[in-house]
Design a protein around this ligand. Structure first.
Ligand code: ZN
Length: 340
């Protein structure tokens, strides 16, 4: 029994004296290894006189338990100490490069919309936002397209389940909204926004696209003003030497109606792939607001006149950057979007 008492004392003293984890492991081998002192002491129970055997066995087991617990906690303490030392000695290296943060950006359509908007803002045009869900009356009828008017075929329309309610096919219904709100004051606004058409999706047409439309109403607003505005716009956006050509066209809500071409930004009129050899690029439709439309907006067509123009933002972007497929714009492909 006195051997056991001295073993306990020796083992605990030795454990407390261990300087590090390696020391602890050595200690463990010394007492708990195959030839460890604790195991040998337990084996000795057979040599003890039978009368003391029970007491000896209990004491030996108590010491084994005690030393095992003491060793486990000493090892845990030692590991924590080593970790803290490690953290303290390995100070933060401020010279390491930071982890890159993926930076977002504005969509190319938004960038170009803002660019175009600011050009017209410099010419005194305000931005007028109008709803994307329209009624048949404003999208068609008040723009001189009564039901069954053949011109409606120009716009394949998404109708909602509510009769007479549709997704606007162009930004032109905004003309009616702004005229009714501002009448009889003069108007100079642009109407930007998304439009929707029930069309087959191809490289040249999408079911959703952005338009920007302009409207000027006032005294003596003339075709000359329209032409000057368009030329100023084309030169600001595409370069100061741009030439503009006007062709007659047809829209139900303007008379006369025109189609505006600009000399090709690639070949300057000589003919190339972009302009399909013609030397010209179509950039917008325009015209003088029809008297009936002015009247529907609340203006007296005998006193007031106005011009309107409209263009597709995606079409303009495609010209500017040489994009050959309109489907890229809403496909959410980062390889495309990251180029702008
Ligand atoms: Zn060309």
């Amino acid at each position: 029994m006195s051997d056991l008492a001295s073993l306990e004392k020796r083992a605990l003293t030795g454990l407390n004296a261990c300087p590090d984890e390696a020391g602890l492991r050595d200690w463990h081998t010394q007492y708990f290894g195959k030839q460890g002192e604790v195991l040998l002491a337990i084996k000795k129970v057979g040599e003890v006189p039978p009368a003391e055997r029970r007491t000896y066995g209990q004491e030996a087991n108590r010491i084994k338990e005690l030393l095992t617990t003491a060793y486990d906690s000493a090892l845990a303490r030692q590991k924590e100490k080593a970790l803290n030392q490690d953290l303290e000695s390995a100070a933060l290296d401020v010279t390491l490069p930071g982890r890159p943060v993926r930076r977002g950006r504005l969509h190319v359509a938004t960038q170009d919309m803002r660019r175009i908007t600011s050009i017209f803002a410099d010419m005194g045009f305000q931005v007028y936002r109008s709803r994307e869900i329209e009624d048949d009356l404003t999208n068609f009828e008040l723009l001189n397209m009564p039901p069954h008017h053949p011109a409606r075929d120009m716009w394949d329309t998404f109708h909602t389940t509510t009769p007479g309610v549709l997704l606007r096919t162009h930004t032109s219904p905004g003309q009616i909204h702004v005229m009714r709100q501002r009448c009889p004051k003069p108007i100079r606004v642009i109407l930007p926004g998304m439009c929707y058409r029930y069309e087959a999706i191809t490289t040249r047409s999408e079911i959703m696209f952005q338009q920007i439309e302009g409207l000027a109403v006032g005294d003596n607003v003339s075709m000359t003003d329209l032409k000057g505005t368009i030329i100023a716009f084309a030169r600001r956006l595409f370069g100061k030497d741009r030439q503009v050509r006007i062709r007659s066209s047809y829209f139900p809500f303007t008379e006369p109606s025109i189609e505006v071409d600009m000399d090709c930004i690639v070949c300057s009129g000589k003919g190339c792939g972009l302009c399909k050899g013609t030397g010209w690029l179509e950039i917008m439709g325009a015209g003088m607001v029809l008297p009936i439309v002015l009247k529907n907006g609340g203006y007296d067509p005998d006193r007031f006149s106005g011009f309107a123009f409209g263009m597709g933002i995606q079409r303009i972007s495609m010209l500017m950057y040489g994009i050959d497929d309109i489907r890229y714009f809403w496909a959410n492909d980062l390889r495309f979007l990251e180029q702008f």
